[in-house]
Design a protein around this ligand. Structure first.
Ligand code: NOJ
Length: 538
């Protein structure tokens, strides 16, 4: 994989992908049994959600061993078999690697929290209360609560930049860095193509624990409802010293003959500047995705703003783009006017596949799968529900993959699954869509193939030429080829003036009605229609 080649990674939420042993939980063997599916679809690799030992209060982002597998998913032999079989098919395997924090049930944290003189006392970030008993400083988590939690046994506060049962490790301690390096090598030695480092900009914090200064925003914002935005996160996240740690990991990754990939996932109010620093400026990471980015967008207008911001950067970084993931409502259900329509799913997939960098396609997006309706009594993401106000949790995008429309549990498992399969997903099932040439699934497959045929889509630089709330025009340019992509993300017909040269030629997008620009580049697009044109060089 090369960053400029825009590889497509299929993001697997392991627990809900396919259950091979009938315990209601997706597993590694299940992925092995479905490898043909990835061949058929035409993706370049798979990215596995965290597979490490975990008490699962945050479904794998709370780990109790960085070198142990969650046995519900399988053993090491199955893991290495998966990596080898994927490789035989030319598929890369990437792991979502959670190293910023551990679970509070990790033996290291238990030891660290027992006393300030324990051998692992400094493996986490501990600090005494202020005189009035309040936390050591004003740092907040992205959820707006204090990033410090009192530990009664130790009699001190510990830092948690994400959830309160996920204490941040102390990477100023060389013993902890040694453990990290050991774990990185352990997984890279298994033959995986690389790691996606979760919360990659949170690893190091200010050693003096200085207070973050306020951020002054417009009058319309309310510090009481969104306190995090009212702080400039100068001292707790995206610290300059973080780069040294990442570069050291880069050194490890580069030590392998098949130069391993390091991706990152980050969250920062100015995310693109951080991506620049971590990718193009320092080369520490091959690409990075931003949590705040497209996964939080509801309209192409918002996507246009994000891309504009991204491209304005000093050294435009290398992005890893996705419209859906395991933390956010399904794309076709949250997008403005999309209302779960297949035509909207196709247009939004076209938008995603038109971007430059690494593309991460979340499982089910290739089906146009809508957000599942999980009855309150069966919801499992209690944590998400607890920390985010007025939020039902993240279960709706994590339900089992619908493999067979008529089978029990939609063919995911022989037993009742850990989260119920949504009966309305039966009409989106893979078997059904594979038989229907006009389905979203066939469209996705054809689109991936089409993308590979166009050098500008694979290697070209990307620019946003214009956008409003529902329309966006992109350009992809690579040496000999310039493509213009116009996207109408609405239920209405739209007219776009493209200012095209007279010899511009329309290319047919697979499985989508052709639009033809009239004189002077006036293009009429049907609802949810895309057009791609090629500028011919004279
Ligand atoms: C990012 C993950 O995507 C999310 O699922 C998790 O809750 C947070 N990290 C906290 O670890």
């Amino acid at each position: 994989m090369k960053p400029s080649a825009s590889p497509i990674l299929y993001h697997i939420y392991v627990r809900s992908f396919y259950d091979s042993n009938g315990d209601g939980i997706g597993d590694l063997q299940g992925i092995i049994e479905k490898l043909d599916y990835f061949d058929w679809l035409g993706v370049d690799g798979i990215l596995l959600s965290p597979v490490f030992e975990s008490p699962l209060s945050d479904f794998g982002y709370d780990i109790t061993s960085l070198r142990g597998l969650n046995t519900e998913y399988g053993d090491m032999a199955t893991f290495t078999k998966l990596v080898a079989e994927a490789k035989n098919r030319g598929l890369s395997v990437m792991l979502d690697f959670v190293a910023n924090h551990t679970s509070s049930k990790h033996p290291w944290f238990i030891e660290s929290s027992a006393s300030a003189t324990s051998a692992k006392a400094d493996w986490y970030i501990w600090a005494p209360a202020k005189n009035d008993g309040t936390p050591p400083n004003n740092w907040l988590t992205i959820f707006g609560e204090s990033a410090w939690r009192w530990h009664p046994t130790r009699g001190q506060y510990y830092l948690h930049n994400t959830l309160s049962n996920q204490p941040d490790l102390n990477y100023r301690n060389p013993d902890v860095v040694r453990e990290l390096n050991k774990s990185v090598r352990f997984w890279l030695d298994t033959g995986v193509s690389g790691l996606r480092l979760d919360s990659v900009n949170l690893f190091l914090h200010d050693d003096k624990l200085r207070n973050n200064p306020p951020r002054h925003l417009g009058w319309q914002d309310d510090a009481r409802t969104d306190p995090y935005r009212y702080q400039s996160q100068r001292y707790n996240i995206s610290r300059p010293e973080n780069i040294h740690l990442l570069k050291q990991l880069r050194g490890i990754a580069d030590g392998y003959d098949d130069k391993k990939w390091l991706l990152g996932s980050l969250s920062d109010p100015s995310p693109y500047a951080v991506i620049d620093r971590y990718t193009s400026e320092s080369d520490a990471l091959d690409a990075a995705n931003v949590f705040e980015s497209l996964s939080l967008c509801h309209s192409v207008g918002q996507v246009g703003e994000q891309l504009d911001d991204f491209m304005k950067s000093v050294h435009p970084g290398i992005g890893c783009w996705s419209t859906g993931n395991h933390d956010i409502a399904r794309t076709v259900s949250r997008w403005q006017d999309a209302n779960n329509q297949p035509e909207a799913a196709k247009l939004l997939l076209t938008m995603l596949m038109s971007l430059q960098g690494v593309i991460s396609l979340f499982q089910g997006e290739e089906l146009g799968l809508p957000e599942a309706d999980v009855p309150p009594s069966l919801r499992r993401d209690l944590f998400g529900k607890q920390v985010i106000a007025n939020y039902v949790g993240r279960d709706g995008c994590r339900t089992p993959m619908p493999w067979l429309s008529e089978a029990e549990n939609l063919g995911f498992s022989a037993s009742p699954p850990w989260l119920p399969a949504d009966p309305t997903h039966s009409e989106y099932a893979i078997d059904k869509q594979q038989q229907d040439e006009s389905s979203v699934l066939h469209f996705t497959r054809a689109l991936l193939y089409w993308r590979k045929q166009h050098v500008a889509m694979q290697h070209g630089a990307c620019r946003v030429l214009a956008y409003n709330q529902t329309l966006m025009v992109l350009e992809r340019h690579h040496e000999e080829q310039t493509l213009i992509i116009a996207l109408n993300a609405s239920n209405n017909e739209a007219t776009v003036r493209l200012n095209l040269p007279s010899d511009a030629k329309s290319l047919s997008l697979p499985h989508m009605a052709d639009a033809v620009p009239e004189n002077h580049g006036v293009l009429k697009l049907l609802p949810w229609q895309a057009w791609v044109g090629e500028l011919v060089r004279s």
